[in-house]
Each structure stands twice: as structure tokens, then as C-alpha cells.
Design a protein around this ligand. Structure first.
Ligand code: GDP
Ligand code: MG
Length: 383
């Protein structure tokens, strides 16, 4: 839609004494280690505020985050998310070409020829050394329409350095905990299958996040007059018992699809749901049972998606992002996955939107509220 684009261009002109906008990039909102202490957890409030202040006042914010072991393709996936959002968002902050993108009718992912490793991407690969540990947020929000025509902002969050044999368990828990607290859609990237280990770590780290959440809630409740908080703002919906919204296991390099037809993604999605059912089914052994109960106590929704191997060209050291080298089934699943993660409207088939704004106790947050919320937890983890 050309009109929306013109509006944005006019706004830019009015602010002509501002310096040119910096190139979009991942901004570090949490870093680990400083000159005095290699394990220090540092929150960069200015970086976070710089991003959140771009969201128009009062608009709700959805936050998609990816956690999981190092070198499992998290940043690679997030870079694809950026391409998807660039092609499908309803409005862009700096660019007036949304809607007139010269797509020639090709699907979004077939228009990408090279996935850059650094510029315009979350740094993926970046040599043999691990990337700087911490939490990163994309500098620019994207906007999508939800049911009823309201625009919502979408922010992307990358995490780096978990389970890399150098980051302590405490810091891994802090990164996992904070990214879970700040996201409305947390993706837990796992290699090849969901192992009991993955479930245990999730249970442990989210318990840490849950305790932080409950302490903070208690502190806030004593500050506010009783009954004043959040009343009537959830639109009459029941306030969920769980502190966190959505966790999705994203299995990478899955090798066990029974569906043979590469086009039959519906059948594959059914297999994914069955697999999750099987993994999370009730157990009688106490430890297995407690792990599952713990996860259910923390999240409103648990789901699963699977991607196959992207092909051997992609894992070669000299791979530089040539999209034509990526396996077609991987691309098909990637397309399906992006549509699924960024669904903010009820589908034609009646499926409810999967991506929701960040809520706390059922109430949707604006960007300013999200900033205050993230800051209070980040400072807690800094101590
Ligand atoms: P991160 O550390 O989890 O952020 O991993 P990166 O996104 O930096 O990717 C690490 C390496 O894995 C790169 O060489 C990617 O090309 C490769 N890669 C990306 N996606 C996948 C995948 O689905 N499976 C495999 N086996 N490798 C992948
Ligand atoms: Mg990474």
C-alpha cells in the first residue's frame, strides 16, 4: 500500500535536523563479562530504550526470542525471520517500499539470493570462535496487523553463548530466564530430537525465571493499593496461572519424518504434534513427572516444530549464504515456520493467531511498559 509508505516518508522529512538513521543491526542489550569480572552480567538500558522508543506510543509489542545451544543455527534462523518480516510486514520504519516490493509474484524466500552473514542479519557463523555472549535485539521493530486491524510491533531477540562450556550455569540460567521473561514467543532450538536433558534444563531455568517473576509480583503488590493492579484490563478473560506465554521446541536436523512427499507439510506438521505429545506425555517416574509438571506450570502453551538438515553446503566452513545451495525441504519448512511464528491474525481455516503481544498476568504491554518490565528483571539478574 503506497499511502502508508508516503506517510512514513513525510514524517522523515519533518525531522531533517536529526542525523541519518544508523544501519539496522542487532543491538546488545545484555553483555557478559567486563574488564574486572569475566562473568559480570550487564544490562544496556540505553540500547533497549533506543529500540523501544521507535514503537508508536501505546502500540502493543510481540517479542520472538530464540534460545539453545551454540552453533545450532539460531542466528541463521533469525536472519531468515528478518527476511520474512521485511517481505511481509505492513509498515516499515525507514523504507517506503513496503507493498510495492517488485516481487514478481515469487514467494518471499525465493526472492532472497544470499543470506548475509553480518550486514542486515543476526551474525551467524562468525568464524570458529563463539560470538560475544549475551542477549541481542534487532534494532528495528516490524509491524503486523492483528484481528480487528490494529498494528502490533514485532521485536526479534537472539541469545548467544548458552551451553558452550565457557558460560557458567548461573549465567546460562540468567540468559534463559531473562529472554523467557521478556518474550511472548520463546523458541527453544534443540539438535535432532527433544532429549530429557533439554526438558530438565528448561524446567530448571524457567523455574529460576518463575521465582524472579513471583518475587517481583509480590513486591509490586505491596507497593500498589490492593485490587488496583490490572483490574478490568484483561478484557474479562481469565488471568492465566502461568507466568510465561509460549515455548516452542524447534528441532533442527530432524531425520525421522515418515511423510515422503516434500510438499505435504500438513502431514509433517501432524507428525510434529504427535512427537510432542509422545515426549510430554505423563510419566510415572517421579523425576520425569516433575520435569513435565514444572514446564506446564511455567508456560501457557507448549508446541513443537521440526526442520530438516539444510544440506551439507550450508555447514561447510566456507559457506557464505548462497540460498540456492539450501535443501528444498528445509526451505519449504522454513517458509511454513515463518508463517506460523508470525501469524497475528486468525487464519482462513479459523486457527487462532500464534504470535501474541507480550502479556503479564494476561494484560498486554505497550513498548514503554515492556521497557520498565524488562529493566526490573535485568537489574535483578545483574545483582
Ligand atoms: P548459533 O550459534 O546457534 O547462532 O548458530 P549460527 O546461526 O551462527 O549457525 C552456526 C552454523 O550452523 C552455521 O555454519 C550455519 O550455516 C549452520 N546452520 C544453520 N542452520 C542449520 C541447521 O538447521 N542445521 C545445521 N546442521 N546447521 C545449520
Ligand atoms: Mg548466534
Amino acid at each position: 500500500d503506497v499511502d502508508g509508505g508516503l506517510d512514513v516518508a513525510v514524517k522523515d522529512d519533518e525531522e531533517d535536523d536529526e542525523p541519518p538513521a544508523p544501519v539496522p543491526s542487532a543491538r546488545q542489550i545484555v553483555s557478559i563479562g567486563n574488564s574486572e569480572n569475566e562473568y559480570a552480567f550487564t544490562f544496556h538500558e540505553d540500547e533497549l530504550n533506543g529500540i523501544l522508543s521507535k514503537v508508536p506510543a501505546g502500540w502493543k509489542v510481540c517479542v520472538v526470542s530464540v534460545v539453545g545451544a551454540f552453533r545450532t543455527g539460531k542466528s541463521f534462523l533469525l536472519s531468515w525471520f528478518l527476511r520474512y518480516l521485511e517481505a511481509n510486514c505492513t509498515m516499515r520504519a525507514k523504507d517506503d517500499t513496503a507493498g510495492s516490493d517488485g516481487s514478481d509474484g515469487k514467494p518471499w524466500h525465493q526472492r532472497v539470493q544470499t543470506l548475509n552473514q553480518h550486514e542486515g542479519s543476526f551474525d551467524w557463523r562468525g568464524g570458529k570462535e563463539r560470538n560475544t555472549t549475551g542477549i541481542w535485539m534487532w534494532s528495528d521493530p516490524y509491524y503486523l496487523k492483528r484481528d480487528g486491524g490494529e498494528d502490533v510491533a514485532v521485536l526479534l531477540v537472539d541469545t548467544q553463548g548458552m551451553f558452550d562450556h565457557e558460560t557458567t550455569v548461573g549465567l546460562t540460567a540468567a540468559i534463559f530466564g531473562l529472554s523467557t521473561l521478556l518474550s511472548s514467543y520463546q523458541i527453544y532450538n534443540v539438535d535432532k530430537r527433544i532429549q530429557e536433558d533439554n526438558l530438565q534444563q528448561l524446567a530448571l531455568f524457567t523455574e529460576y525465571g518463575r521465582m524472579a517473576f513471583e518475587n517481583e509480583e509480590k513486591a509490586a503488590a505491596t507497593k500498589d493499593a490492593p485490587g488496583e493492579r490490572d483490574e478490568g484490563e484483561t478484557g474479562g478473560a481469565a488471568v492465566p496461572q502461568q507466568p510465561f506465554q509460549k515455548i516452542e521446541f524447534l528441532v533442527r536436523d530432524w531425520q525421522n519424518f515418515e511423510t515422503e512427499d516434500e510438499q505435504d507439510l500438513d502431514s509433517m506438521e501432524r507428525e510434529m504434534a504427535e512427537y510432542l505429545e509422545h515426549v510430554t506425555a505423563e510419566r510415572s517416574a517421579t523425576d520425569l513427572k516433575e520435569t513435565r509438571e514444572q514446564i506446564n506450570l511455567c508456560f501457557e502453551e507448549i508446541s513443537c516444530f521440526m526442520m530438516t538438515h539444510p544440506g551439507f553446503a550450508v555447514i561447510k566452513n566456507k559457506y557464505e549464504g548462497d540460498v540456492s545451495k539450501i535443501e528444498s525441504l528445509f526451505m519449504g519448512l522454513l517458509d511454513r515456520y515463518c508463517q506460523r511464528v508470525f501469524s497475528t491474525e486468525t487464519s482462513a481455516g479459523g486457527a487462532p493467531p500464534r504470535l501474541q503481544p507480550k502479556t503479564v498476568r494476561g494484560r498486554e504491554l505497550s513498548a514503554v511498559e515492556l521497557g520498565t518490565y524488562i529493566k526490573s528483571y535485568a537489574l535483578m539478574f545483574e545483582e
